[in-house]
Design a protein around this ligand. Structure first.
Ligand code: XLS
Ligand code: NI
Ligand code: NI
Length: 439
């Protein structure tokens, strides 16, 4: 067990309330505070993303990493992986969060063969298991990185070459084994290369059939091993592919329903993916919630002046509040939690920056939750939304909802309406003011 302290001088982060001037304290995230019947800790299940926080060192397409992590100094892959796990568990414990998430090769560098990778994964998961037992920190979800290695340049499950599909299957089997060994509560599929770069060389229908076949096999394997958690698809419209098959929530739900996967699979909605798809975060959550598919959240935000997945830490309170309104109305997530799939800016190079980022992210969601609860409990707000649909609560409107009317009946209702159609205001500005009042 490593006993080196990586984040020296940083104490365990505590809730001190909004009057506190301590930058290393939560101002709104109070894990034990009950909101709408649950503690904040239960609502959110905050998780740390291993890849952004402990692997990515700030490199971008224009230059190498800047952050030079003290846990990434050993040339021995096993030692480097253990140092990284030590740093990760120290950080998560100091944040007071309960969960982490990983890709297989975030935990340890991929080996030069499948057998070597399997051996390395076994070694590091043995090590992480002891750290989980000692700290109580849990695994929200695991996943396989089937997009970085050059073998996946034409896709993983949707690769036109069966040998690559089989290799991806082997990798996902190992990632599922690692996830189950660490008692992962869920398993994620994000298909960055499951799409196309050009339709000229792509048989889209065949690739989508392959993807469904692959997901079904992965699900059947895990279920046969006794895995009872939920599988998540993570919609994203593009980047790295020109077009990804899991474009957005509506597309992904249609895909899952077409192939009969909707009972085992839900969605992991990411804020920045929503905005890349030209949707809002609240839109994607609403689409998912309507079909009982709101499984988990990857919390971050985009830069609204450019079109990349910039994965910035959440700090937009209105965006969080609107999302939390959907969240509360749906009764929370189907199995998942809130994973900070976010990274420091390349020039944020101090070790304490990682704390400021996660404190801000947690406080943004906590504040969003408090605002959402207040808005939903504000009678001026709910009476307007409910009132807009009152004509369906009785009479012919109710008969319409119950499927008792035909098109001819609608013709009769419209013909007999001698009073005419009244203009009814949507009251948007009124509602926006109520939301802002609670912010
Ligand atoms: C990339 C995705 C990725 C997934 C996990 O854009 O957000 O990080 O969350 O593979
Ligand atoms: Ni993500
Ligand atoms: Ni992303």
């Amino acid at each position: 067990m490593g006993n080196k302290e990586y984040f020296k001088g940083v104490p365990k982060i505590a809730y001190e309330g909004k009057a506190s001037d301590n930058p290393l304290a939560f101002k709104y995230y109070n894990p034990d505070q009950v909101v709408a019947g649950k503690t904040m800790r239960e609502h959110f299940k905050f998780a740390i993303a291993y890849w952004h926080s402990f692997c990515g060192q700030g490199s971008d397409p224009f230059g190498p990493g800047t952050q030079n992590f003290p846990w990434d100094q050993s040339n021995d892959p096993v030692q480097a992986a253990k140092d990284k796990a030590d740093a990760a568990f120290e950080f998560i414990s100091k944040m007071g969060f309960d969960y982490f998430c990983f890709h297989d090769y975030d935990l340890i560098q991929e080996g030069s063969s499948l057998a070597e990778s399997e051996k390395r994964l076994t070694t590091i998961t043995d090590y992480i298991k002891t750290k989980q037992d000692a700290s109580g920190i849990k695994l929200l979800w695991g996943t396989a990185n089937c997009f970085s290695n050059p073998r996946y340049m034409n896709g993983a499950a949707t690769n036109p070459d069966f040998d690559v599909v089989a290799y991806a299957g082997a990798q996902v089997k190992l990632a599922l084994d690692a996830t189950m060994k660490l008692n992962g509560e869920n398993y994620v599929f994000w298909g960055g290369r499951e799409g196309y770069i050009s339709l000229l060389n792509t048989d889209m229908g065949r690739e989508q059939d392959h993807m469904a076949r692959f997901l079904t096999m992965a699900k059947d394997y895990a279920r046969a091993q006794g895995f009872t958690g939920t599988f998540f698809i993570e919609p994203k419209p593009s980047e790295p592919s020109k077009h990804q098959y899991d474009f957005d929530a509506a597309t992904s739900i249609g895909f899952l329903q077409k192939y009969g996967l909707q009972d085992d699979f839900k969605l992991n909605i990411e804020v920045n993916h929503a905005t890349l798809a030209q949707h809002t975060f609240e839109h994607e959550l609403t689409v998912a919630a309507n079909d009982n598919m709101m499984g988990s959240i990857d919390a971050n935000r985009g830069d609204y002046q450019n079109g990349w997945d910039t994965d910035q830490f959440p700090n937009n309170i209105e965006e969080a509040a609107r999302a939390m309104m959907v969240f509360l109305k749906a009764g929370g997530l189907q199995g998942g939690g809130i994973n900070f799939d976010a990274k420091l800016r390349r020039n944020s190079t101090d070790l304490d920056d990682l704390f400021h980022a996660h404190i801000g992210g947690a406080d943004t969601f906590a504040r969003g939750l408090l605002v959402a609860d207040n808005v939903l409990n504000d009678p001026a707000f709910s009476s307007i939304v409910n009132g807009r649909y009152a004509s369906f609560d009785g009479g012919q409107g109710a008969a319409f909802e119950q499927g008792k009317l035909s098109l001819t009946n609608l013709f009769d209702v419209a013909t007999n309406n001698t009073a005419g159609i009244k203009a009814r205001s949507g009251k948007q500005e009124f509602l926006e003011n109520i939301l802002n009042k609670h912010i």
